[in-house]
Design a protein around this ligand. Structure first.
Ligand code: NAI
Length: 210
């Protein structure tokens, strides 16, 4: 696809994918943009605009074929490919992520979990033993690692990211409380649950003042 899609649209696609998956589970075969809009609380014109970025997928008077749209959005998001993921930092969050089975359903397979704390060495999280960071270069050499999740203290995040890039990992899912956005040759997604909580807190205040 040559056309550059805005990040705002890309950020909305997983939600479309999720709703369409639910429709599929409910046996719905086609849906109009108006009905999808009611379900998703997004305007129908926004839906049409978003999906037009990818050639539309809809047909006048028919609406959208749910299975087809789900499949196509899945293709765009790359969820039909398998992405191997390693988790760096096997504390509370790292273990929670490594232990969550459903990422695999959308193509993300966690294949390794690393830490520097020798007390964690060999601890099983689901079917993965915690390995020591010094074994990472060898592991990356022998496995097709695409993404590294960083669930370690922010003080170690940048150095670890640089090391991962030098070892050939070019996508980072960063949970450490620092925005890693000045590292070349790597795609980074910074995730901050606290940003979402602060948005919630703002909306609570707005709601109370109504
Ligand atoms: P934790 O203290 O339970 O785990 C951190 C782990 O990282 C420890 O096991 C530690 O030994 C390991 N570690 C330290 N340096 C390392 C290195 N260089 N390489 C590999 N492992 C290393 O902390 P928790 O609660 O799991 O949080 C992890 C990180 O995620 C923290 O930075 C925390 O602030 C952040 N966090 C971010 C959230 C978000 O929404 N972005 C939500 C919750 C936590």
């Amino acid at each position: 696809m040559d056309k550059k899609i805005s990040q705002a649209v890309i950020r909305r696609l997983p939600r479309y994918y999720r709703y369409l998956g639910e429709l599929l589970d409910d046996g719905v075969e086609r849906i109009s943009s108006n009905d999808l809009s009611k379900r998703m609380h997004v305007t129908a014109s926004q839906i049409r605009q978003d999906l037009n970025n990818f050639g539309g997928f809809g047909q006048q008077g028919y609406g959208y074929n749910v299975a087809y749209l789900h499949e196509e959005i899945g293709n765009i998001l790359g969820v039909h490919d398998t992405h191997n993921v390693i988790v760096i930092g096997a504390g509370n969050l790292g273990q929670a992520i490594a232990g969550y089975v459903k990422f695999e359903r959308v193509g993300f397979k966690i294949i390794g979990l690393f830490d520097v704390n020798p007390e964690l060495k060999g601890k099983m999280v689901r079917d993965l033993p915690v390995q020591m960071l010094e074994d990472l270069p060898e592991f990356i050499k022998n496995n097709d690692v695409e993404i590294a999740a960083l669930t370690l203290p922010k003080s170690n995040a940048k150095a670890t990211a640089l090391k991962l890039v030098s070892l050939g990992v070019h996508a980072i899912w960063n949970f450490a409380h620092v925005d890693l956005d000045d590292i070349p040759d790597v795609v980074i997604e910074n995730v901050h649950l606290s940003d979402s909580l602060m948005q919630l807190s703002y909306n609570i205040t707005q709601h109370k003042n109504k």
